[in-house]
Design a binder for this molecule. Structure first.
Ligand code: PMM
Length: 283
């Protein structure tokens, strides 16, 4: 399967998030039990998700890494059950062994927030797997900034472009076919608030590139800035702002959005699709 076969014709794909973790920022601990995770995934699909991103390890700042077996125990039953029901999934993992096991369990995409750099075996697994892959930009991890802080030399957009090009080139060198690659600018990953908005402002330049683009803005901290001083009490308070990002991203031609609150983002995607289609009915 290539990216085109996973895509939704005529509109941006909606990827619903199921974090089977104890400590994710937005939904940590809620779906640690496989049955609850599966039920939540079914609900996301009923609400309009096209696929479900299943993660077993939190990437929030300061999260403690779990071992590979624990990660597999968390994600594999969920992926296998959803596959049996015909629900497409992606596996959100930085580990080659987990990705390979997920492929065997029927996953439809490998989503690696390290862009294939965290595990030296990952690109080989990606090359062997017959599914699309998402390579995300995360500079701290990828390029060894020991301070844990981003240093983009003043131009985050140029930097992320260059790094994503490198990630794609490495994957292609390792044998991943070009038509199976999706890129993601990695909003919120070791990036300042200004960095995130600069990347969104430059989204058309990423979309105009050679690869489909996934946007992961959902409930990220930089969205709190649009609340005009109102305190963000729960992560879900950022859902209207997330939906606005979804609408604009979809209108600009993003391949997909990765979101927690599916109904509002699916509405936003449908608005964007109708808006664009409306141009064809004039005069
Ligand atoms: N963000 C998170 C986890 N996985 N994967 C991709 N491709 N893009 C993202 O932006 C991304 C991701 C962190 O968000 P969460 O903890 O709310 O799931």
């Amino acid at each position: 399967m290539n990216v085109a076969e996973l895509s939704v014709p005529g509109r941006c794909l909606v990827m619903g998030i199921v974090n089977v973790t104890a400590d994710s920022f937005s939904d940590g601990g809620r779906y640690l039990d496989a049955d609850r995770a599966i039920a939540h995934a079914r609900q996301l699909v009923a609400e309009g998700a096209d696929m479900v991103d299943v993660g077993g390890e939190s990437t929030r700042p300061g999260a403690v890494r779990i071992d590979a077996r624990t990660e597999e125990h968390r994600v594999l039953p969920v992926i296998a059950a959803l596959h049996a029901e015909g629900i497409p999934t992606s596996v959100d993992t930085m580990r080659a062994a987990v990705a390979a096991a997920a492929v065997a369990a029927g996953v439809s995409m490998i989503n690696d927030v390290s862009g294939g750099l965290a595990d030296p075996s990952m690109l080989q697994v990606m090359a062997d797997a017959q599914v699309p892959v998402c390579l995300m930009h995360w500079k701290t991890l990828q390029f060894g900034d020991a301070t844990g802080r981003a240093d983009h030399g003043g131009d985050v957009v140029a930097d992320v472009h260059a790094r994503l090009d490198q990630l794609a080139a490495r994957a292609i060198d390792a044998g991943v076919p070009e038509d199976r690659i999706v890129l993601d600018p990695g909003l919120g990953f070791a990036k300042s608030r200004e960095d995130n908005w600069a990347l969104l402002n430059a989204l058309p330049s990423f979309i105009d590139g050679a690869f489909p683009i996934l946007v992961g803005a959902s409930r990220k901290r930089f969205l709190a800035g649009v609340r005009r001083g109102r305190v963000q009490v729960t992560p879900a308070d950022a859902d209207p702002a997330t939906a606005a990002v979804t609408a604009i991203s979809a209108h600009m031609g993003a391949w997909g959005v990765r979101v927690h609150n599916v109904p509002v983002s699916r509405d936003a995607v449908d608005v964007a699709a109708l808006w664009c289609a409306g141009g064809g009915t004039r005069g």
